[in-house]
Design a protein around this ligand. Structure first.
Ligand SMILES: NC(=O)c1ccc[n+]([C@@H]2O[C@H](COP(=O)([O-])OP(=O)(O)OC[C@H]3O[C@@H](n4cnc5c(N)ncnc54)[C@H](O)[C@@H]3O)[C@@H](O)[C@H]2O)c1
Length: 356
């Protein structure tokens, strides 16, 4: 993407969707010098107003349209449930705003591509919040593997494990709309695959390259009488297992679930090649990884490698606006991951491998 004109002065950001994740966005933007939160919006206006009060944001609205008409901002951060990512992003881009959008970028590959095309045409900075790119270990492993650190890649293991359907450490999912919409297709959820599977797909592809074929199994286990709670039909998948082949020929086993007792939020990645292997285990460290290469290969020994700090997605987004130079993870990364998700759903439906 060509360089855009540099932005002078403070970067004024608006947040749309003021639920659970929005707090993280507010704190992240507020911590960046020269970045100002100028407005927020939520379909539940009182939630937006309370959020504005909590974070010292001067204006709160009931929808993005009113926000765009009544305030001046340079960028919009979209933190609504998944079905609204595409329409709100297109609306913000049309109004000339830079956009950071939560993951998954869209509900399908076609919409994700439309978002990327619209951002490119509008010549705006675009970013999808694949938040594990914030981890020094992932950035360092991606560079190490791409620089040939493990030789030719042969085998990739990756998993993202949660257990909030069993444990109550994040509250009781049965009584919380913030969890219930994630379990219901009608509420726009693509299940665990769309919610956190998208992260583990990016976590594997960022260092190991694109996936070209996937054989996926998805399951939604029974969770309540009639598999329904109020307006929420509990039909979105909550366990996903993907056998994949990468474009470079390597095979991979990726899986994710909300049933993995003992793990609150664990990401694991191991990439093995002709000359060694690297491993990230978030329960050990997110600013260090393990490597086995050289003499260690024969001794089956590992060494810990500390990583230097890396900018967060929020810092990258604001810097990209200031400099006019697009940074990662851009909508292109969201599009690539969405393509794997679409192929996974098709594969599960057919019970057969699908080209990505
Ligand atoms: N990157 C990450 O690690 C990460 C972590 C958690 C959530 N997320 C993503 O963030 C998004 C929001 O998740 P959450 O946990 O905050 O959900 P949430 O249900 O807690 O909050 C969503 C908020 O959006 C509001 N909303 C719904 N439709 C809207 C619309 N059209 N316009 C304005 N506001 C609207 C809702 O009223 C609610 O307040 C999801 O896409 C989720 O996948 C990402």
């Amino acid at each position: 993407m060509p360089t855009l004109p540099a932005h002078k002065g403070p970067v004024r950001v608006a947040i749309v969707g003021t639920g659970g994740m929005a707090r993280h966005h507010a704190l992240a933007f507020k911590a960046i010098p020269g970045c100002r939160l100028v407005a927020c919006a939520d379909v539940a206006l009182e939630r937006a107003q309370a959020f504005a009060k909590e974070h010292g944001i001067p204006a709160a609205f009931g929808d993005l349209g009113a926000l765009l008409t009544e305030t001046e901002c340079d960028a919009v951060s979209i933190v609504t449930p998944d079905p609204f990512h595409a329409p709100l992003t297109l609306q913000a881009l049309k109004a000339g705003k830079h956009v950071m959008c939560e993951k998954p970028l869209a509900l399908n590959h076609r919409d994700a591509q439309r978002m990327l095309a619209a951002a490119t045409k509008a010549r705006r900075i675009h970013m999808v919040n694949l938040s594990y790119r914030n981890w020094p270990a992932l950035q360092a492993v991606a560079k190490f593997v791409r620089d040939g650190g493990v030789g030719e890649i042969r085998h990739v293991e990756a998993s993202y494990l949660q257990s909030w359907l069993v444990g109550n450490y994040w509250g009781d999912w049965r009584t919380s709309p913030a969890w219930l919409w994630r379990l219901s297709q009608k509420h726009g959820s693509q299940g665990v695959l769309g919610d956190i599977g998208v992260h583990i797909v990016d976590f594997a592809m960022f260092p190991a390259g694109p996936i070209r074929e996937v054989f996926c199994r998805l399951k939604a286990f029974p969770k309540a009488p009639g598999n329904r709670i109020g307006e929420y039909r509990l039909d979105a998948n909550d366990s996903a297992v993907l056998n994949v082949e990468f474009a470079n020929g390597a095979l991979g086993a990726l899986h994710t679930t909300r049933w993995s007792t003992g793990h609150r939020n664990r990401l694991y990645l191991k990439i093995s090649g002709t000359e060694g292997a690297v491993e990230i285990d978030s329960e050990r460290a997110t600013d260090a990884y393990r490597v086995s290469r050289g003499a260690d290969v024969h001794a089956t020994a590992w060494k810990d490698v500390a990583c230097k700090p890396t900018p967060t997605n929020h810092q990258r987004f604001i810097k990209a606006i200031r400099t006019g130079r697009q940074d990662q993870p851009d909508f292109g990364a969201g599009v690539l991951a969405q393509k794997v998700l679409d192929a996974s759903f098709a594969s599960d439906a057919k019970r057969a491998p699908v080209r990505v």
